[in-house]
Design a protein around this ligand. Structure first.
Ligand code: ADP
Ligand code: MG
Ligand code: MG
Ligand code: MG
Length: 414
């Protein structure tokens, strides 16, 4: 097909531009005059439009050639939409129903048309508003386990996996953001950093800790040069949309092949930050119960991850690794070795978790859990607890031998 020059859409130009695309017109309505278009992008990077018509509603997500949060001074390649599309396809295969259905992809326009999730709401918002979601931990633990296992050589043939690693290796500028913003910038006076002024002594201590920084660099090495599985890469509570009873995962443009424990570690960090920020969002009467609910979701997530991973290990080990020919066929169980692997994954996850807790308070992109608390005298002590627990997780990840141990640690730092 001939390349059509990229044009960023606006709420005004979208209908005339896209009315000839059957994937949209067939779902929204044939006459673009009847379409109602609203731009709702609240993320850091992309345009997101809700397109509503007499026959239905779809989401149109289009990449911008720069970082939306910063402006056109920070260019970012459009090709990330290509990787987001391919990630969505794989996630849908590996955990059916977990991500929005994709209706159409236009590589030249860096544009994905997908299912409109409604009445879903961004999970981070729900956590700030004190709302609960049934089955959340089970869903998220399963999603992480299924995508981790089925995107690895425990499940995939070696050749198939290498080919896929090659495909996603092209997504270079996006992981580079994570390498800098998450793993590096929090630990020195990087240009785009910002943090609450009251944290100054805490931050100085953290940056004076060479052992801590070296441990983080070790985790960066794993993140950058290990291709165990396809990771979502940006799995925080702003990349999950939920109703009271149902959840989905969105926004995998940070996809890459990476360590098994990365997504579940980032995710856990975002629940812990929701936990530590709760005193700023709840009444004293509601606080304790809601904080404990958040901890129960963390526990459920980690437990469901292990249970599902072990289940897939025993039922779907079709890849190159730990073949039955070496174990079961010789009358030997391999389950203990799966548990060993899960322990290693949890240790990595705990360290990634601590790093994410640091970067969301010290680096460029903070989160609304803390940021909506505009009184720094209220916010600073919570952020300080968050930073302290983060350091503990980075330095002593191996001390967290069960989900319960993590919850205990959170209660201690709270
Ligand atoms: P970014 O990559 O810029 O962070 P996201 O994919 O996270 O973009 O989308 C930004 C916002 O658009 C989300 O926070 C959500 O409010 C909305 N959104 C994105 N995808 C959908 C969807 N499939 N259904 C409903 N709303 C969506
Ligand atoms: Mg997003
Ligand atoms: Mg984003
Ligand atoms: Mg995104």
């Amino acid at each position: 097909a001939q390349k059509t020059p990229y044009v960023p859409l606006t709420a005004e130009t979208l209908a005339p531009q896209l009315s000839k695309v059957p994937a949209i017109a067939d779902r929204v309505g044939q006459d673009p005059q009847d379409w109602k278009v609203v731009e709702v992008g609240d993320g850091n990077l992309n345009l997101v439009f809700i397109v509503e018509g007499p026959d239905g509603t779809v989401i149109v997500k289009q990449a911008l050639p720069y970082v939306r949060l910063v402006g056109d001074s920070w260019p970012l390649p459009l090709y990330r939409a290509f990787y987001e599309y391919h990630a969505l396809v794989r996630e849908a295969e590996r955990d059916p129903g977990a991500v929005p259905q994709v209706f159409h992809f236009d590589e030249d326009q860096a544009l994905i048309v997908m299912e409109f999730l409604s009445p879903h709401k961004i999970l981070r918002r729900k956590l700030i508003d004190g709302e609960k979601v049934e089955g959340l931990g089970e869903f998220l633990g399963r999603f992480c386990a299924r995508t981790a296992f089925r995107g690895s050589e425990l499940s995939m043939k070696s050749a198939e996996k290498k080919k896929d690693v090659g495909l996603f290796a092209g997504n270079v500028d996006i992981p580079a953001i994570t390498e800098a913003l998450v793993f590096t910038d929090p630990y020195y006076d990087a240009k785009m950093n910002h943090h609450t002024a009251e944290l100054k002594p805490v931050v100085a201590d953290l940056r004076a800790n060479a052992v801590l920084k070296a441990r983080v660099q070790r985790m960066l090495m794993k993140f950058a040069s290990n291709t165990e599985t396809m990771v979502h890469g940006d799995l925080h509570s702003g990349s999950i949309m939920s109703t009271a009873t149902e959840s989905r995962v969105i926004d995998p443009e940070f996809v890459q092949y990476g360590p098994f424990g990365f997504d579940i570690g980032m995710l856990t960090a975002n629940f812990l930050m929701a936990y530590f920020s709760q005193p700023g969002h709840r009444t004293p009467q509601d606080l304790g119960a809601y904080q404990e609910w958040i901890l129960s979701v963390i526990e459920e997530t980690l437990k469901a991850f292990d249970a599902e991973f072990l289940f897939l290990w025993t039922t779907e080990r079709t890849g190159m690794l730990y073949p039955a020919s070496l174990f079961e066929d010789q009358g030997q169980s391999s389950e203990d070795f799966c548990r060993d692997l899960l322990n290693e994954i949890r240790q990595d996850a705990m360290a990634f978790c601590g790093i994410e807790m640091h970067r969301r308070t010290l680096s460029l992109a903070h989160n609304a859990d803390f940021e909506t608390l505009t009184d720094s005298a209220v916010r600073a002590p919570m952020e300080a607890r968050n930073l302290a627990m983060g350091s503990e997780l980075i330095l002593r990840a191996d001390a967290i031998r069960s989900p319960r141990a993590l919850l205990e640690l959170a209660r201690q730092f709270n």
